[in-house]
Design a protein around this ligand. Structure first.
Ligand code: ADP
Ligand code: MG
Length: 309
């Protein structure tokens, strides 16, 4: 099936002359949770604003289910819901009215049953008649999502849904996002929290300085990009590594007690056995072995570093 959202060579230069998006290409698959992971200032908000038609791109195209977001704005926009980063709600408005109002903005006919269903989906049903100002911070975030879903979009964009919230609320949001996915909503969220991408995304796109550096299935990214390390603890500290071992990717810890061997998880042969034999032949006796898989954090840090160099 074709992608539900397709972004082609999207560029955005602000009036200041700053190039915030440098030719982004991105396909969003139906039903997935895609996390756009990047540091502050990477261009995440600019990208989703351009996709949602809030910021006008300098060049490039975005289509939503085949509708061009500029030429066919209304059709494209009706398929998209956007949850902004900041909470801006009318404090004296009732929850159900606020959601119904958002629905009206899209020219959808009134449908109290639909509004009730959306509130139920976000566990806000018992707050329908409450005023916004009576709600907790977590509830307000849920109202923002309900408003974004009010016109029954197929794709939901969440801009840093958990920036600055406490751990409990973060987990709560992750559950909400996962429930929405189970209801068939395609979800794109931006985040600068690696653990968030690691916890909920099906695919992760890494964005930095207006460029998408990599988009990949999360699990694949972890195994393919992941380099494994084997740590060999020595019985006696070594002052240096023997010349005979120079073919291996080895490093000696400053205290001389640990040799770290880095190898590629994709390789047919890891070379661990021969490396250990050669270590032994050089008189370096081991007392313990540990392995470590590189995390998404290391992959992310490495990619961003390579981009800068
Ligand atoms: N309206 C604007 N005018 C000029 N520069 C902007 C504007 N909005 C954002 N920028 C700049 O574009 C870059 C990307 O911003 P943004 O998309 O908000 O990043 P992120 O959401 O990843 O933190 C930043 O360097 C920011 O300062
Ligand atoms: Mg932002």
């Amino acid at each position: 099936m074709p992608a539900i959202v397709s972004v082609k060579d999207l560029r955005k230069t602000y009036d200041t002359g700053f190039e915030a998006l440098k030719g982004v290409n991105l396909d969003i698959e139906r039903g997935e949770i895609l996390a756009l992971l990047g540091p502050n200032g990477a261009g995440k908000t600019t990208l989703i604003s351009a996709i949602c038609g809030i910021a006008v791109p300098t060049s490039g195209t975005v289509t939503v289910d085949g509708h061009d977001t500029i030429r066919d704005y209304r059709a494209a926009r009706s398929l998209i819901g956007l949850v902004p980063q900041e909470i801006n709600l009318e404090p004296f408005e009732k929850v159900e009215d606020s959601v119904a109002f958002s629905r009206g903005l899209f020219g959808k006919r009134k449908d109290p049953a639909k509004v009730a269903e959306i509130l139920r989906l976000l566990s806000l049903d018992d707050k329908a008649k409450s005023k916004i100002k009576e709600l907790s911070g977590g509830m307000k975030r849920r109202v923002l999502i309900a408003k974004a879903l009010a016109h029954e979009p197929r794709v939901l964009f969440l801009d840093e849904p958990t920036a600055g919230v406490d751990v409990e609320l973060r987990r709560d949001m992750w559950n909400v996002v996962s429930d929405l996915k189970d209801h068939g909503v395609t979800i794109i969220l931006t985040t600068h929290y690696i653990e968030e991408a690691e916890a909920i995304a099906d695919r992760v796109g890494i964005i930095s300085k207006g460029e998408i550096l990599l988009v990949q299935d999360k699990a694949e990214m972890m195994t393919q990009m992941g380099r494994k390390e084997l740590q060999v603890e020595l019985a006696e500290p070594a002052s240096s590594l023997p010349e005979a071992l120079s073919d291996y990717d080895l490093a000696l810890s400053p205290d001389g007690r640990t040799v770290t061997y880095t190898y590629d998880t994709r390789a047919n042969r890891t070379g661990i056995r021969t490396m250990l034999n050669d270590l032994d032949a050089e008189g370096l006796r081991m007392v313990d072995l540990k392995t470590q898989q590189s995390s998404l954090e290391e992959i992310f840090t490495q990619l961003v570093k390579e981009q800068q160099s």
